[in-house]
Design a protein around this ligand. Structure first.
Ligand SMILES: Cc1cc2nc3c(=O)[nH]c(=O)nc-3n(C[C@H](O)[C@H](O)[C@H](O)COP(=O)(O)O)c2cc1C
Length: 339
């Protein structure tokens, strides 16, 4: 077995609650993603209502690397959840110590647990004892002014057997915005050469990708919001200057397949409802009129969706091709093609 779970320059799709289901990952993989995670799975839900959480554990036959992410703080639930996960095949079991949302924090889990090192390590020790999967953890920095508490948490996780640790360079209170404390991620990487440290936070394009790698010294990077609606980001960061953005037709085909995958998984009614936020992401920054985008919220059948896509593509703003949006520096682009 390799010492580290990912190759040096791996680009990893983050676990994203409410997003990274199988159709989402398939879209990301079509854009060049090779390493991905399920949405986070709550230990109590897995222990109590296994059937309802099982959908989150679906793995496509083509998914050569898929990690599962577990969140929780209650030892009994964690044990039972690990027993369930032991029946499945995953490339990694990742422990969530970074989620800031109140629903999770109230239970003392996620980022709240990450702030209590002894309690966090006790949970991780339990996972290490019981899980048959390789273990990793995803943490947030604890103090942008002092790397030591974050390094200490990571050191404890490494001592218990974590082979990789993703460090999101923002504190719990910052949620998902604001500067990323590169120096704290760097301190963790320098202190722990025995684990693979993955840098996370704010990567939306080549410039920020180069910056996070340069400033943290990490080679592996995790992408989250930058890849929302832009699965081509994986290829863009890998191919760099040689990257060709999708044409309108390629963009359309991927969006349609993503939603069709959701319909197959959830049924038409649910899929149309939950795909709205995903469609808004796909339409962002690619030159569609706001009146076109406003229609997304009213789609209720696949047939409506297909004719909406036809209209959206036909009405795609001509001005886009002359605007700075189509310029090479823009984060989301389309490639011109005569239709
Ligand atoms: C909608 C949404 C859902 C998320 N769900 C999870 C999750 O389930 N598990 C997790 O570890 N992080 C989750 N995150 C955090 C991301 O994985 C990532 O750490 C964070 O967005 C910072 O990266 P970014 O600046 O590139 O977006 C979520 C973030 C967002 C915006």
């Amino acid at each position: 077995m390799e010492r580290f779970p990912y190759p040096d320059d791996a680009l990893i799709l983050a676990p994203l609650s409410g997003y990274t289901d199988l159709p989402y990952r398939r879209a990301a993989r079509a854009g060049g993603c090779r390493y991905a995670f399920t949405e986070m799975v709550d230990a109590a839900s897995l222990a109590h209502a296994r059937k309802r959480s099982e959908g989150l554990l679906l793995r496509g036959a083509e998914e050569t690397f898929l990690g599962v992410q577990l969140v929780g703080a209650d030892h009994e639930f964690l044990k039972r959840a690990v027993d369930v996960l032991n029946e499945y095949e995953f490339s990694l079991l990742d422990f969530n110590l970074g989620c800031p949302v109140p629903k999770v924090a109230r239970k003392g889990a996620g980022a709240e647990l990450g702030r209590h090192r002894e309690a966090a390590l006790a949970c991780f020790a339990l996972l290490a004892e019981r899980s048959r999967h390789r273990l990793s953890a995803k943490i947030r920095i604890l103090d942008p002014g002092d790397p030591e508490p974050t390094v200490e948490l990571a050191r404890g996780l490494a001592a218990l057997g974590a082979c990789a640790i993703t460090v999101h360079g923002r504190v719990k209170e910052a949620f998902y915005s604001g500067p990323v404390a590169f120096h704290v991620i760097r301190a963790v990487r320098e202190a722990l050469p025995e684990v693979q440290v993955i840098a996370n936070g704010g990567v939306t394009g080549l410039e920020k990708y180069d910056q996070i790698r340069r400033e943290t010294g990490c080679r592996a990077v995790m992408l989250a919001r930058g890849a929302m609606g832009n699965p081509w980001l994986f290829r863009e960061l890998t191919e760099r200057e040689a990257f060709l953005p999708p044409t309108l037709r390629e963009w359309r085909a991927l969006v349609e397949e993503h939603v069709a995958g959701m319909v197959r998984l959830y049924g038409e009614e649910s899929a149309m409802r939950i795909s709205r936020k995903i469609l808004h992401d796909y339409f962002r920054g690619r030159g569609f009129h706001s009146e076109v985008r406003a229609k997304i919220s009213f789609l209720s059948t696949m047939e409506e969706f297909r004719s909406f896509l036809d209209c959206a593509v036909a009405a795609h703003a001509e001005s886009y091709w002359n605007s700075p949006n189509a310029a090479p520096g823009a984060e989301r682009r389309l490639r011109w093609e005569e239709i």
